[in-house]
Design a protein around this ligand. Structure first.
Ligand SMILES: Nc1ncnc2c1ncn2[C@@H]1O[C@H](COP(=O)(O)OP(=O)(O)OP(=O)(O)O)[C@@H](O)[C@H]1O
Ligand SMILES: [Mg+2]
Length: 253
């Protein structure tokens, strides 16, 4: 379980050194195995929240607990998938996936088995020997996801991982992601601007205020998992999307 407890975080302005509040006394809890989505206005502090859970940043007030342990630094138990798939350009897809496993699985043959397994899971077998510049954006994002998953972290933190993709690729990857999640039941914390994406993927959706990010509300997804891709065109789903959009609009205007 992830407990994000009474967290406040600010940064010093680079212009006049004043403190700019980015997260303000925010608390929420994420259950083990949950797909938890976070939506909020642009620039409200979403990536900062991911960085705090990852242990890249320290809060001024409050604490992050994961399975009762205080987060003080990054750990391989949590991996982050960023918007701009950070693959090593000089390594092939297979080598990228293998990279994170070097310490975890010292035995080359066993490591290769794990790489092959994840290449297959993400249907990347045909691209195993391609370099990132030789594959599409969707494939790159899949490779980044495969690399993050191969180390079998307890928690995967995703910061708008599908944002740079075209709509069709994005829809397909959402469907693959949910299949993957249902098979491996990791805890996923997923930040997105896209309300439809949050409603399609999330078991629960945390809605944030504008900066500094405060708790606005949490929505329990009324549509049960697994969600059929056609749900995106159903009236109930579209109405729910509008409801969340109105909550966000109150923050933006
Ligand atoms: N390391 C940092 N140093 C100084 N300011 C920072 C730092 N990281 C973030 N900020 C500031 O904190 C605010 C929130 O940034 P953050 O990236 O968390 O927002 P976001 O909700 O993820 O934005 P977006 O919707 O554009 O992805 C911004 O004003 C940003 O400039
Ligand atoms: Mg961000």
């Amino acid at each position: 379980m992830v407990i994000f407890e009474n967290i406040s975080k600010s940064f010093k302005s680079k212009n006049d050194n004043t403190l700019i509040g980015v997260v303000d006394n925010l608390s929420f809890e994420v259950e083990k195995g949950e797909f938890f989505c976070i939506v909020g206005p642009s620039g409200c502090g979403k990536s900062t929240i991911i960085n705090l859970i990852a242990g890249f940043l320290k809060p001024e007030n409050g604490r992050v607990l994961i399975d009762d342990c205080l987060v003080t630094k990054p750990s391989p138990k949590r991996t982050v998938v960023f918007q701009d798939h950070i693959l090593f350009p000089w390594k092939t897809v297979a080598q990228n996936i293998e990279f994170g496993l070097k310490f975890k699985i010292p035995e080359k043959i066993q490591r290769k088995e794990r790489v092959d397994f994840f290449l297959e899971k993400f249907r990347l077998e045909k691209f195993a020997n391609y370099y990132p510049f030789e594959i599409s954006g969707g494939m790159k994002q899949k490779a980044a996801l495969a690399r993050a998953s191969a180390v079998e972290p307890k928690i995967i933190l995703m910061d708008e991982p599908l944002a740079s993709l075209d709509q069709q690729t994005r829809d397909l990857l959402q469907e693959e992601l949910i299949k993957f999640k249902n098979e491996f039941s990791q805890t996923i914390i997923f930040v997105t601007h896209n309300i439809e994406e949050a409603l399609f993927l999330g078991d629960r959706i945390l809605v944030l205020t504008q900066r500094p990010a405060k708790f606005k509300t949490i929505i329990n997804n009324p549509f049960p998992n697994p969600r059929n891709p056609d749900i995106r065109n159903k009236t109930d789903f579209i109405n729910m999307k509008h409801k969340i959009w109105h909550l966000l609009r109150e923050e933006i205007i």
